[in-house]
Design a binder for this molecule. Structure first.
Ligand code: SF4
Length: 203
C-alpha cells in the first residue's frame, strides 16, 4: 500500500488509517509535558495573541502578564507546513514544579494552557487563541506530510499523547477527529474517514 495519501490536495501518512489500542493523554498523568519546551507559532498568530492581550492576561499568573515576555525573538520560515508561514516561538520559563523543569510561559500552574482557558472562558472556540501547532498535536507536519508524532522527545516518561491502551482498537481517524479536521478541513476529514472505513473493512 502507498505510504502516503493525497487528501484534499494535502499529503497524509497512510499510517493514520490504522486501528490501534491507544487513547488520548490524561492531564493528571502527563502534566502537559508537550508544553515543556514552548511551541513554534506563526508570527500572524503571535500578533493576534498580542492584540488580545487584555483578554488573555487575567488567565495568567501575575508575574507572566507582561506581553513583552510572551514570545522570543526568533523568526524562521516553516518548511514543514504545506503553506509555511514565518514563525516565532513562545517563551520558555523555568518551573521547578514541573517534572521537566521548564514550561511554556502560557502553561499555568494547574497545567492548563492560558490561551485555551481564555478562549473557553470568553465563550470562544476552545482553540481561538491557542497556537495552531498546539491544537494540532500530536499530529504534526513533517516535510509537508501530516503524520502522528510518535516517540516525541517532548514526552516525559508517561507523558505520551497517544498512549498504549489495551482493549478494543480504535481508528486513529476517530481518535484524532478534531485535529484531523483542523489540518485537512471538514471536507478533507470526511474524505479521510471514507478512505479509512474502506481500508478497515467498513467499520
Ligand atoms: S501555548 Fe498553551 S498549549 Fe501551547 S505549548 Fe504553550 S501552554 Fe502548551
Amino acid at each position: 500500500m502507498n505510504k502516503e495519501l493525497i487528501i484534499n490536495s494535502l499529503r497524509v501518512d497512510a499510517d493514520l488509517l490504522q486501528r490501534r489500542e491507544v487513547r488520548r493523554c490524561n492531564l493528571a498523568e502527563c502534566q502537559s509535558s508537550c508544553c515543556s519546551g514552548g511551541v513554534y507559532i506563526t508570527v500572524r498568530e503571535a500578533e493576534d495573541v498580542l492584540a488580545h492581550a487584555e483578554i488573555i492576561q487575567p488567565f495568567l499568573p501575575e508575574a507572566r502578564r507582561d506581553p513583552a515576555l510572551w514570545f522570543d525573538d526568533s523568526r524562521e520560515p516553516d518548511d514543514d507546513h504545506p503553506v509555511g508561514e514565518m514563525c516565532t516561538g513562545t517563551s520558555v520559563i523555568n518551573d521547578p514544579s514541573h517534572p521537566a523543569g521548564t514550561t511554556c510561559i502560557f502553561l499555568r500552574p494547574d497545567r492548563l494552557c492560558a490561551l485555551q482557558k481564555a478562549s473557553i472562558e470568553t465563550g470562544e472556540h476552545p482553540w481561538r487563541y491557542k497556537p495552531y501547532y498546539c491544537a494540532l498535536h500530536p499530529l504534526v507536519w513533517d516535510e509537508k506530510v501530516l503524520v502522528l508524532a510518535e516517540g516525541s522527545e517532548v514526552y516525559l516518561e508517561g507523558g505520551s499523547c497517544n498512549r498504549p491502551a489495551p482493549g478494543a482498537p480504535i481508528q486513529l481517524v476517530e481518535l484524532f477527529d478534531d485535529e484531523l479536521t483542523l489540518a485537512l478541513g471538514a471536507d478533507g476529514y470526511s474524505e479521510l474517514r471514507t478512505v479509512a472505513q474502506q481500508h478497515n473493512g467498513g467499520g
